[in-house]
Design a protein around this ligand. Sequence first.
Ligand SMILES: Cc1cc2nc3c(=O)[nH]c(=O)nc-3n(C[C@H](O)[C@H](O)[C@H](O)COP(=O)(O)OP(=O)(O)OC[C@H]3O[C@@H](n4cnc5c(N)ncnc54)[C@H](O)[C@@H]3O)c2cc1C
Length: 400
Amino acid sequence: MPESQGQSDRVLIVGAGPAGLTIAACLAEAGLEATVLEAEPALPTNLRASTFHPPTLDMLDRFGATQKLLEQGLIAPTFQYRTRSEGILGEFDFGELRDVTTWPFRLQCEQYKLNFALLDYIDAAPSVDVRFDAAVESAMQDEDGVTVRLANGETVRGGWLVGADGARSVVREALGIPFEGFTWPEAFLVISTPFPFEEHFKNLCLVNYFAEAEDWFFLLRAPDFWRVMVPTKDGDDEADIFAPDSVQARLCQVLPRDEPYEVAHTTLYRVHQRVAPRYREGRGFLAGDAAHINNPLGGMGMNGGIHDAFNLGEKLVQVIAGGAAPVLLDDYEAERRPVALDYVNRITIANKRNLETNDPAEQAAFRAMLRETQADPAKRRRYLLQASMLASLGIGVSVA
Ligand SMILES: Cc1cc2nc3c(=O)[nH]c(=O)nc-3n(C[C@H](O)[C@H](O)[C@H](O)COP(=O)(O)OP(=O)(O)OC[C@H]3O[C@@H](n4cnc5c(N)ncnc54)[C@H](O)[C@@H]3O)c2cc1C
């Protein structure tokens, strides 16, 4: 621990997801004291995000995490927009961005594998401890620090508090910060299957969005399975959604088949577009899903949360160990909130609209946009910089 760090500078991080563990890794790298408080008894291995964008891989490299993800993931240089009847409407290749990123592709890999890689890095650092079975129930702050109360009645004291505790953040509530935005009426169903779709759709790549109006879906290859994501209808009953016959029917909308599909997992989740109006309240901060959530079309939620975590983690290091004035921490919200509000929200809402619209004029406009973007190198580059999230960090934009 650096000489200058007193007990009052310990950072309490609530949540051991990608955002919380990334901040902990930044602090561990600098030898600063932090405690991660995680409600679960161990790192969860449930299936959630599966896409790592190029700048995220660039950032995570310094913790050895990128190499571990590359060893366990699938490299997806291209992504496609399609319909079943028209085939490929547009295909884009991140390989064109090799001058601005070391990893010019999406890496398809389950997010829990990142959490394990980060935990390995943190475990090797003496200044950071990760506590499981440590659900935070409340938090308060005073002039000198923060105090959180755990479900077991214990209190933990620190100098700074980071709420990286996901969409239903207890820390956000404790800081009195609302979660503005809306919830989509339909939930999204993710079905994982080993069925070889690549043998049935010509030139299918690993990331494919099908613009089929209300029957839209995406086909995403993860290391173990294909993931098929379909929207449910507003008001659909949950038991009906999960009924084996209805899961089979949804898969047959993707590709009709007489034999039943093998189904490995099904996950249903509510989708929101919400951004907290403030990311900081005194000594408390929000990062990742606690600060912003969006629909998964574009794979930007987890990636944006990791970008938050690097931004905040590096600023905390500069303030705690580098002698920077605490006012620097205000820049975190100023730099990261507009990305969630204007960039990720805008792109993910447009992505959803482009797939689901049944308005012929909008459908034609989407096809025209894809044709023009593919044909024009400058437009194509701008599009790729946006889709890869490099543009959200100001990377490559001056040459676009
Ligand atoms: C089915 C699904 C598919 C998704 N697909 C994608 C995708 O393709 N691309 C993408 O970018 N994003 C995707 N996302 C979103 C992505 O999973 C999240 O953005 C990401 O997990 C956010 O990371 P986080 O660290 O902010 O929060 P989380 O991963 O939610 O981690 C929060 C942690 O805090 C813990 N916690 C919660 N409350 C407390 C408490 N009171 N005390 C202590 N600990 C607490 C939780 O147990 C959890 O471990 C998907 C999400 C889902 C559900």
